[in-house]
Design a protein around this ligand. Structure first.
Ligand SMILES: [Zn+2]
Length: 296
């Protein structure tokens, strides 16, 4: 009963679509598990943990290691980001949003942990990930490359963006101190490889044009960045999860990206969202121009 009510609510603005701001999302499955915004630029943003739809027939995930905390307002934040991109440069990112609550499914884990073995949740998992795949493939077909961002929210005491490039706090410190890149795949590897020596990892993390540096310049402290290169001893830090690893792996050479773990105050809260979205639209547009320039 609960599910029927919520699906009807999602469909209230017309069969299979609903609007918030200027962005019109499409529900890509009849159950309303996954919402999608068709993009017009090489930017794909997924929101795995912002859903609130709790399926009454599914018990809360409780397998070993299961995390069930919702990343509050990340869905609203992503929609605001799409709105500002539309206003800023007239283009829309691709958005893939999981409407289901994390207690039912974790869309930033591989299938066994995501579903905790409940086979009824395999279809929602596939719906979400197939849609990311489709968006990435479409963006690559159109633009030749894309930036993939997995958007989250953290509850750590430091009020800053944590940028996950699949590099740990220790690895970031090492790169900062030595300028040496680690011999491993991270989420910017494909960018560096394709640039034929034009870009270096150190600059992408700590340079004046690094995403974190540009966001910090706009008033959104970020780690890593020129201003805050690596987390200090004892500080918590998320360095990227399943989605970031999977969608920026070496078998997708045209994709680069990172995980954004956003803080609540001034970013995800009501007054912060439009300010953050405006800064993000400006910075990501600059960043995309940089990526495009290295391809010439
Ligand atoms: Zn999360």
């Amino acid at each position: 009963m609960k599910r029927i009510f919520i699906v009807l609510l999602l469909c209230a603005c017309g069969c299979g679509t609903f609007a918030q701001g200027t962005a019109t999302l499409r529900l890509i499955d009849k159950e309303g598990w996954t919402a999608y915004l068709q993009g017009t630029m090489p930017l794909v943003i997924s929101v795995p943990h912002g859903g609130t739809v709790n399926l009454s027939e599914i018990s809360d995930r409780s397998c070993e290691g299961a995390v069930t905390v919702t990343d509050s307002y990340t869905k609203e934040l992503a929609l605001e980001m799409a709105d500002y991109l539309q206003k800023f440069n007239g283009q829309s990112p691709y958005l893939i949003i999981c409407n289901l609550i994390r207690k039912d499914i974790d869309q930033n884990r591989d299938m066994p942990e995501a579903t905790c073995g409940d086979s009824r949740m395999e279809a929602p998992w596939e719906s979400f990930h197939n849609q990311i795949d489709e968006a990435i493939s479409e963006a690559i077909a159109q633009f030749g490359y894309c930036i993939y961002i997995d958007l989250h929210g953290h509850g750590h005491p430091e009020q800053r963006l944590e940028l996950g490039y699949m590099l740990s706090d220790k690895e970031l410190k090492e790169i900062y101190l030595t300028r040496q890149s680690p011999a491993k795949q991270h989420s910017l590897s494909n960018y560096i490889r394709a640039s034929n020596g034009k870009v270096e990892l150190y600059d992408l993390l700590f340079g004046p044009q690094a995403f974190g540096t540009l966001m910090a310049n706009e008033g959104f402290p970020s780690v890593p960045s020129a201003q805050d290169p690596f987390p200090q001893e004892g500080q918590k830090f998320f360095n990227g999860g399943y989605n970031t690893r999977r969608y920026t792996a070496s078998d997708r050479p045209q994709v680069i990206g990172w995980q954004i773990e956003s803080n609540m105050k001034g970013v995800r809260d009501k007054t912060g969202r439009p300010v953050f979205a405006a800064a993000f639209a400006k910075v990501i547009s600059q960043y995309l121009a940089q990526v495009a320039a290295t391809k010439k």
